[in-house]
Design a protein around this ligand. Structure first.
Ligand code: GLV
Ligand code: MN
Ligand code: MN
Length: 380
């Protein structure tokens, strides 16, 4: 991550940005305004990624920001432009997404500092090991009104634009998501001596729940529900599993649909546990409601897309984005680039070079529109 930050900082500097690393490890490049004290257009996305990932999720949005600033040259604008490479959007290490953007938006939950990763390292210690003081995270928060607009470009990460043969899409909302860790607990024992009827095996309960998650999600239009990881304890061939801990990721554009589906699944898990004489508990839960994009800003983006001679197709993002968090403190708009084959969170993730060029053209048109608009300076 340090090497990534150094590399991106070098590119930012050569585009003429003043670069700093904030207390939450967000790298921020700033180009000042022709008007002193003017708020900033913030162009951002994230620099972290998932295991065995592709090359574009997150980082493309940061580099498009840098490229846009480079293309602006010495043009004067009535607002500052900041390009932000957010830290820890995916939430892989601490099972909690949006750490950098939460800090910037004044929404970082300090309780997370005590959370431990798989190796038992507390987040606070991870900050220290990286040379950052965990007590300073709040200092990453932007002043109310300092952001005129937040813009994020991102690969679609799904097949819709590719199927419609369109290079770009406009995000009208980011779906809500719940992320949980849940555990069944029974009793570990000898795999050879314990009769099948006298066991309290946690793993078959987990298996039942996994199938239930898939079946229920298939019955609710547009619901996405995923068990992405499972840990079995003690985890040996000849030992009956005493504990099975599962992740659960559940998403929908309507918060009510998501909450209802989640409650149904937790009820089902409780029933499975009772029938199998196990205990069931929610170990961790984090919920993010769906977030609409700002209508005025999105209108400007749509007209930038139309001016480039393209259809301005609107869509809901099933993936989470830093924009969902920054939207709490600034008007937010997002542009999607087609993902060939819909691949994402996978090494096959790709973009067409021509789409990246087109996106850059649209971003510059969007900046032009913002420069001549009367968007009220950011406080909400
Ligand atoms: C971020 O990539 C997410 O999980 O939506
Ligand atoms: Mn991702
Ligand atoms: Mn992403």
């Amino acid at each position: 991550m340090r090497r990534v930050l150094e590399h991106v900082s070098t590119w930012m500097r050569s585009a003429g940005l003043d670069v700093r690393l904030d207390p939450a490890s967000n790298v921020i490049g700033r180009r000042s305004s022709s008007q002193a004290g003017a708020p900033a257009l913030v162009i951002g996305s994230h620099l972290d990624t998932v295991p065995n990932a592709g090359k574009y999720d997150g980082v493309l949005g940061v580099l498009l920001g840098v490229a846009a600033v480079q293309a602006l040259g010495c043009r004067r604008l009535p607002f500052a432009v900041e390009v932000v490479g957010f830290s820890e959007e995916e939430g892989v290490r601490y099972r909690s997404p949006y750490i950098g953007s939460s800090a910037l938006s004044g929404r970082f939950d300090k309780a997370l500092l005590d959370r431990r990763d798989e190796r038992g390292i507390a987040m606070a210690d991870a900050f220290r090991a990286f040379g950052l003081d965990p007590d300073n995270v709040a200092q990453a928060t932007y002043r109310p009104g300092s952001i005129l607009a937040y813009f994020e470009a991102h690969i679609e990460q799904g097949p819709v634009l590719d199927a419609c043969d369109l290079p770009l899409g406009i995000v009208e909302a980011i779906a809500g998501q719940s992320r949980l860790r849940v555990a069944f607990e029974g009793h570990a024992g000898h795999a050879g001596t314990s009769p099948m009827t006298l066991r309290r095996d946690a793993l078959p309960a987990a298996a039942e729940l996994i199938l239930e998650v898939e079946q229920q999600a298939r019955c609710v239009p547009e619901l996405r529900a995923t068990v992405g990881s499972i840990a079995v304890e003690p985890g040996a061939t000849n030992v009956i599993p005493g504990v099975a801990t599962l992740s659960l990721d559940i998403r929908h554009a309507e918060d009510e649909v998501r909450s209802k589906a989640l409650a149904g699944l937790l009820d089902r898990a409780g029933e499975i546990a009772v029938r199998r004489q196990l205990t069931f508990r929610v170990v961790e839960a984090e919920h993010h409601n769906a977030v609409p994009a700002d209508s005025q800003l999105t209108g400007m983006l749509a007209s930038a897309v139309a001016d480039a001679g393209l259809e301005a197709r609107r869509m809901v993002s099933g993936a989470g984005h830093d924009g969902a968090i920054v939207a709490a403190i600034a008007p937010m708009a997002m542009l999607f680039l087609r993902s060939p084959g819909g691949a994402s969170h996978h090494p096959d993730e790709a973009v067409h070079l021509g789409d990246v060029r087109t996106a850059l053209d649209v971003i510059l048109r969007f900046i032009d529109k913002l420069a001549t608009s009367r968007l009220p300076a950011g406080e909400r």
